[in-house]
Design a protein around this ligand. Sequence first.
Ligand code: ADP
Length: 593
Amino acid sequence: MNFSSVFHYKFNRLLVAIVLVALAAALRVWPLEVLESKVPWLTFYPAVMVAAIYGGLLAGLLATGLACLTVVLLWPWLVAYPFINNSADWVGLMVFIMNGALISSVAEAMLRANIRARQAQVQAEASNKAKSVFLANMSHELRTPLNAILGFSTLMRQSSDLSSEHRQTLDLINRSGEHLLNLINDVLDMAKIESGRLTLEHAPFKAPDLAQEVIDLMQVRAEEKNLRLLLEQLSDLPRLVDGDVAKLRQSLINLVGNAIKYTNQGSVKLKIRSRPDEDAQRLWLTFVVEDTGIGIASSDQARIFEPFTQIGQQTLQKGTGLGLAITHRYVELMGGHISVNSTLGHGSRFCIEIPVGRVNETPIAPMNANNYRVIGLAPGQPELRILIVEDQQENWLLLQRLLAGIGLTARVAENGLLGVEAFQAWRPHFIWMDVRMPVMDGLEAARCIRALEGGSTVKIVALTASVFKEERDQIMAVGMDDFIRKPYQIEEIFDCMTRHLGVRFIRDESVSETATVLIPTADISLEDLAALPEELRLELRDALVNLDTVRVPEVIDRISELNPAVSDLIKYHTNQFAYTTILRALNADAGPI
Ligand code: ADP
């Protein structure tokens, strides 16, 4: 506030005090004249109070003083009954002055406290904003170089003339990069949670696919430790539900990852079931992660959900101690709950239960549908011009090599302004647009291009290292078609171009996962197989022992007529060529062959 506004502010308040005292006097003259000189201060007390509460100490004292002057000096002129007649009335006047001063001081203290609280709030908001800006910058700074590390190492791994030693080294670089990325993501997620910037992003998803995806993702880690990683479906599941699949996936990965990390022998199970809710529009999904690992002492069980908490010496260096804290907050944000049951030395059981919306059946794109490596452009495609607007050399080089590797022509512009110029001169069909750049950022460049002639039809996709929804909202608001988050999977680049340009690629199917993945309804168990007729069990055993790939599916088909759940279960294991698992179960059930 400058001097003149301070003056106006104070002056207004003092003026209000004067008006209030005048009003209080006028009320005594009329309509309260019947009181004559009784209860003289009746109207002046409220006037002082209101003046003090509105204007603070100065206004309160002014109102008190003016009230006294009015009563002592003006009253004899105004009415026929003066208030001050004897020494008792003078004492009354003194008491009024004291009370007026008291009321004014209390009101001033209240006003000051209020101002302090407001200043503190403004300060807190400012520092929260500063923290967010810091986070946004950090995430950008950390994720951008990681994009280059992960991208180039993946690209080099695809080269055919690599020695096995070099390939191993690249694998190591790639794995370390991914590990670093996970750590950075954890720290950023936690910081986002702390700064209250976490929002839910709802979308329809397939719960069984999600569980399978988590299992697939973790399978390698489980195999490295010789652990069995199993998925059990404990009840019917709706095909599609509505929820924040990214946060749920992250939570499950954290729990299953921990279970594998803290288990040295035995198994880790992810169990999934659903139950209806009173609200017909939603239902509850329960995920249980059970392990046969080291367990957690009951005294530690409440602590593990606190950030940066790690229990026991053996766990040091293995993580950040943030996984469970993040999972806990995510689950709470989704309106669910998380619990743990564990016995030291015997294993742990983490359970999360979250409400999800019901969705009417509509086909959605299957997850990981394209698990193939792109090796070229499909024949008969029109020539495409691709513009890369990116300031960091390692990033544009990676993208340019990726595109050139399959025969696409890509030009580079190293900032937004050059990007706009390149658009005008070269008329690309597709633009990969970095968001943060010097001279002109990606958002501004996209806005300019959209306003130019022909600029409304070009496909513009942002490449962003930001983890914040706001930035992604801004990207869409300036008219870009899509965004890809850095570090990206190479597949995402090609999928995105197919989505927006309809361009078709040739994929190397030798690296695809062709087996249909079915969700087993339970692990193979005696009970499941014992429910089958003996004749079918013997036939299945015979077909498996003889590795008869024609008869095995036939028997499974027959089993499916009797018990589809068990047949799905067997199909799942045969797809994974886990014949011995089925045989072991059959043998346990029916005696050795
Ligand atoms: P970290 O990065 O250390 O794994 P978390 O927040 O995920 O951090 O877990 C916190 C601590 O809880 C771990 O350090 C570990 O001591 C304990 N913990 C978590 N999950 C398990 C589990 N399945 N079995 C035993 N201990 C666990």
